[in-house]
Design a binder for this molecule. Structure first.
Ligand code: HMG
Ligand code: MG
Length: 310
C-alpha cells in the first residue's frame, strides 16, 4: 500500500553522464559517453543531463559535449539536457541541439567563486541574459543551488541564503530549482528544513533534490525530501560523480539505489531496474572499478533479478 504522504510518481533526472563523468581523472572517449546515455534512455530514464558547455579549461572532461550530443541516438520522450554557465555555453548548447539547459548558482560565496569565478550576485546577473536567450531559442531552463547543506570553503550555509538564491533563480525564469548538497554533508532533519524554507519561497512543485553521498546520508535525505513533497530527484548511475571544485565530495546518490527505494515504496518512476543496472555495469567496467550502487552490487552478486521492478 503506497504511503499517502509520498508523491505518487517521481521524475528521475539522471546526472551521471555530466556530474558523474566531469570528475573523472582518466580520459573517457565520446563513444563511451554516448553508449552510456543511450543505455540509460533504453532503461526508461526520461531526463538525462548529457553534458556541460563550460570552459574546457575548468572541466576538461566535458570539453567534448558537442560531439556527445551529436552522437546520441535520440529517443522520443527523452529530454537531453546540459549545463550552461554563460551565453557562450548557451550558444554551444543550442548548436548541439540540447533540449533543455541548466544554470548553476551557489548559496555560498566561497563555492561560487571557486566554481564559476564570480560572486553569487554577479552570477545571477550573468544568468539573466542566458535565461532570456534560452527562452528565445525555445528551451526551458533548470536552476541549481549548490551547497545547500554546507560549503567546502565556508562550512555552515544559512537556510535563508539557500531560499533566497532559489527564489532568485525562479525569478529569473527557471521552471525548477535543484537543491544541491554538493559535498554530501546534510542529514535528513537539516535537508527537510532547507526544503521547507525553499518551498515557502517558491512552492514545493518547483523543487528537485541533488544529493551527493559523501557521508552516506543521501538515501535518507532523499526519503526526507519525498516526505516534504519533492517529486523530482537527481541521481547518478553507479553513484558516479562529484565536482572538481568540491574536493573530497563523493558521487550522487546512485540511480539504482533510488529506483530500488522507490519500487519498495510503491512510488512510480518508469525506469527498468535490470536495464539500469546493466548501464551501471557498463560504465563501471569502462572506468575499471566497482559500481558505487549498493543495490546494483547486491543484485549482481546474488545473481538474481531484483525483487521489485516497475
Ligand atoms: P572565467 O575564467 O571567469 O570566464 O570562467 P571567462 O569568460 O573570462 O573565460 C575564460 C576562458 O574560458 C576564455 O577562453 C573563454 O573563451 C572560455 P580563453 O580566452 O582564455 O582561451 N570560456 C568558455 N569556453 C567554452 N564554453 C564556455 C566558456 N566560457 C568561457 N561556456 C566560467 C567562468 C563560468 C566560464 C568557468 O569558471 C567555468 O566554466 N566554470 C564551470 C565549472 C563547472 O563546470 N563546475 C562543475 C559543474 S557545477 C556542479 O557540479 C554542481 C552541481 O552538480 C550541483 C551540486 O552538486 O551542487 C550542478
Ligand atoms: Mg553535483
Amino acid at each position: 500500500m503506497p504511503d499517502p504522504h509520498l508523491p505518487e510518481r517521481v521524475r528521475i533526472v539522471e546526472v551521471g553522464p555530466r556530474d558523474g563523468l566531469q570528475n573523472e581523472k582518466q580520459p573517457i572517449d565520446t563513444a563511451t559517453k554516448v553508449e552510456l546515455i543511450d543505455r540509460l534512455a533504453a532503461a526508461g530514464v526520461a531526463y538525462i543531463e548529457a553534458g556541460s558547455f563550460v570552459s574546457p579549461k575548468a572541466v576538461p572532461q566535458m570539453a567534448g559535449s558537442d560531439e556527445v550530443f551529436a552522437g546520441i541516438d535520440r529517443q522520443e520522450g527523452v529530454t537531453y539536457a546540459a549545463l550552461t554557465p554563460n551565453l557562450k555555453g548557451l550558444e554551444r548548447a543550442v548548436a548541439a541541439g540540447a533540449d533543455e539547459v541548466a544554470i548553476f548558482a551557489s548559496a555560498s560565496e566561497g563555492f561560487s567563486q571557486a566554481n564559476i569565478n564570480c560572486s553569487i550576485a554577479e552570477s545571477l546577473e550573468r544568468f539573466g541574459p542566458v535565461v532570456q536567450a534560452a527562452v528565445e531559442a525555445g528551451l526551458r531552463v533548470r536552476g541549481y543551488v549548490s551547497c545547500i547543506a554546507g560549503c567546502p570553503y565556508e562550512g555552515e550555509v544559512p537556510v535563508s541564503s539557500v531560499a533566497r538564491v532559489t527564489a532568485d533563480l525562479v525569478g529569473l525564469g527557471c521552471y525548477e530549482v535543484s537543491l544541491g548538497d554538493t559535498i554530501g554533508v546534510g542529514t535528513p532533519g537539516q535537508v527537510r528544513r532547507v526544503i521547507a524554507a525553499c518551498a515557502d519561497a517558491v512552492g514545493v512543485d518547483r523543487l528537485a533534490v541533488h544529493l551527493h553521498d559523501t557521508y552516506g546520508q543521501a538515501l535518507a535525505n532523499l526519503y526526507g525530501a519525498l516526505q516534504e513533497g519533492v517529486a523530482v530527484v537527481d541521481s547518478s548511475v553507479a553513484g558516479l560523480g562529484g565536482c572538481p571544485y568540491a574536493p573530497g565530495a563523493s558521487g550522487n546518490v546512485a540511480t539504482e539505489d533510488v529506483v530500488y527505494l522507490l519500487n519498495g515504496l510503491g512510488v512510480g518512476h518508469g525506469v527498468d531496474l535490470s536495464r539500469l543496472i546493466e548501464a551501471g555495469r557498463f560504465i563501471s567496467d569502462r572506468l575499471g572499478r566497482d559500481t558505487g550502487s549498493k543495490a546494483a552490487r547486491a543484485a549482481m552478486s546474488a545473481c538474481r533479478p531484483p525483487r521489485h521492478n516497475s
